[in-house]
Design a protein around this ligand. Structure first.
Ligand code: BV8
Length: 238
């Protein structure tokens, strides 16, 4: 087995990688949290207090993503090329709930904050693909119960998905890339410190909150810096 085949890569992505596909980020000046408060739409308490408002928030984003007008960009496609051509494992851990990594060709994707095009029943636990609006009165297609359906999304205060698998991948990886994230949200923002054996690089439009934790940084739009970085890794490593 070649040396490279033993070198696994973990890539963390955030909303910035989808910005050039037309999806809003959260904390940029015109971002999602400048228009609506986390406490009103992205916590279990908000959902219990006003499920209609929370469903409206996710229904609008789901309709945009499912419209067929939002496409993966060159950065998503470059990461799929890295996965296809790198001899070791490449795991994408995304904070994003869009499906643009998959649309761009990536297969090994872990959505730690859930997926916008899936819903879950709080009564029977069934997780289903769902492209339409969701409402508080809809019946679960699996158990037929009404009133238990929610977006399959991790809200603030809830446990992110796949944490054991993520930490195992971070412990063993030799390259950790952080792309398009401001480093504000934990535990994702702490992953760079967990990747003890890895070369760490931040590819972002501007320095994140955790910029000083990275050995290397490349600043600029993801469609440029990610494509260039992937070509460099495939040509000569890091
Ligand atoms: C949890 C829902 C317990 C779906 C989201 C310490 C340890 C552990 C927890 C905490 C802690 N301190 C505080 C907490 C609690 C909390 C938290 O982090 N709060 C923050 C606000 C302080 N965390 C939680 O509640 C998490 N759960 O902790 O459980 C636990 C404890 C330990 C270990 C395990 C579990 C749950 C967090 C999940 C919340 N759900 N989303 C949805 O509606 O989308 S988070 C939300 O923020 C999105 O998922 C988003 O992806 C995520 C992070 O934001 P970013 O992706 O970084 O987006 P942002 O806009 O901030 O930045 C975009 C970046 O892109 C910018 O830097 C910009 O410059 C750049 N950019 C812009 N354009 C481009 C670009 N880059 C490249 N190219 C471009 N063109």
């Amino acid at each position: 087995m070649t040396a490279r085949a033993k070198q696994n890569i973990v890539v963390l992505t955030g909303a910035g990688i989808s910005k050039e596909s037309g999806l809003d980020t959260f904390r940029d000046a015109d971002g999602i949290w400048s228009k609506v408060r986390i406490e009103d739409v992205a916590t279990p308490e908000a959902f219990a207090r006003d499920p209609v408002a929370v469903h409206e928030f996710y229904n609008a984003r789901r309709a945009s993503l499912a419209s067929g007008e939002v496409h993966p960009n060159a950065a998503h496609i470059a990461l799929a090329k890295l996965e296809a051509e790198w001899p070791g494992d490449v795991l994408i851990v995304t904070q994003n709930i869009d499906n643009l990594h998959e649309q761009g060709g990536s297969r090994n994707v872990l959505h730690m904050h859930g997926e916008l095009l899936k819903i879950e029943c709080q009564i029977c636990g069934e997780i289903s693909n769902w492209l339409d609006d969701l409402s508080a009165t809809m019946a679960c297609g699996h158990c037929q119960a009404r009133g238990g359906l929610r977006p399959h999304v991790v809200w603030f205060g809830e446990m992110p998905l796949g944490m054991d698998r993520i930490y195992a991948a971070l412990d063993g990886c030799r390259l950790f890339l952080s792309i398009g994230t401001s480093g504000n949200v934990y535990p994702a923002a702490g992953f760079v410190a967990r990747a003890g054996k890895a070369h760490t690089a931040e590819l972002n439009l501007e320095p994140s909150e955790g910029a000083t934790f990275f050995v290397e940084s490349c600043y600029g739009p993801a469609t440029k810096v990610v494509t260039a970085y992937v070509e460099k890794v495939l040509a000569k490593g890091w």
